[in-house]
Unconditional design. Structure first.
Length: 233
């Protein structure tokens, strides 16, 4: 009887080892680092994308503040980079407003909201409440990729013929509503709206996941009152 039990245990252990090896064999670079459903990896994806956007938004700020600091000066290198938008080395009024618009949009939404919130919420929430992962790792992954798509659309708006959105970072009407209001109110504004719609979907998926994780995935004994006390400490 003992021999049979030992044999069964050995076979089960070997079968488990085989399954683990089989799963590990199919854990490719793409599934582990690109389309990952692990909350720590997703946090890193938000962090890297947010840092890239921070550099882009900071560059916009440098360009239009350079124009503010030296209003009578010309910078030929700007024409090399921006073409007719910086004719003669000076930022044109329409493009100046577009830079202000994109700077505000990038810093408020893509850096502060998605970059910081997506990074720290994904990384810390499961660790703080004693959960292994988010309530829905799949939705967590989709949250990042909707943010990534929003980033791609927003970047593409910088290269359209009529220029990026130029309605102010809060997209003031009538510049945001009338295509003839300015050159940046045409296709650039349309792309801005599409990008923000994708960004809203990303934030909604992430927010629902955070709330569900906190309410349903807390470790045993972690009441809401105790959770608040831990956060204060």
């Amino acid at each position: 009887m003992s021999t049979t039990s030992t044999s069964t245990t050995t076979q089960s252990a070997a079968h488990g080892t085989h399954d683990a090896h089989h799963e590990h064999h199919h854990d490719t670079f793409i599934t582990k680092y690109i389309f990952s459903q692990d909350h720590k990896t997703i946090a890193k994806q938000f962090l890297v994308t947010g840092i890239i956007w921070a550099f882009i938004g900071g560059l916009f700020s440098v360009v239009f503040r350079l124009q503010l600091g030296y209003p009578e000066a010309t910078f030929p290198i700007l024409e090399d980079f921006f073409g007719h938008w910086a004719k003669g080395g000076k930022i044109q009024p329409e493009f100046y407003y577009a830079l202000v618009t994109m700077h505000g949009t990038v810093l408020v939404f893509f850096v502060l909201t998605a970059g910081l919130s997506g990074t720290f919420a994904n990384f810390l929430i499961p660790l703080q409440i004693g959960a292994r992962d988010m309530a829905s790792p799949f939705l967590n992954m989709l949250s990042y990729w909707f943010f990534f798509l929003a980033s791609v659309v927003m970047i593409s708006s910088l290269f359209v013929q009529t220029g990026p959105a130029s309605g102010g970072w809060t997209i003031y009407p009538p510049l945001s509503a009338l295509g003839d209001a300015s050159s940046g109110s045409k296709i650039g504004m349309d792309l801005w709206l599409v990008s923000m719609a994708l960004f809203v979907v990303s934030s909604l998926l992430g927010g629902l996941n955070y709330i569900t994780t906190i309410l349903n995935m807390r470790t045993k004994g972690m009441s809401m009152t105790r959770l608040i006390c831990v956060q204060r400490e």
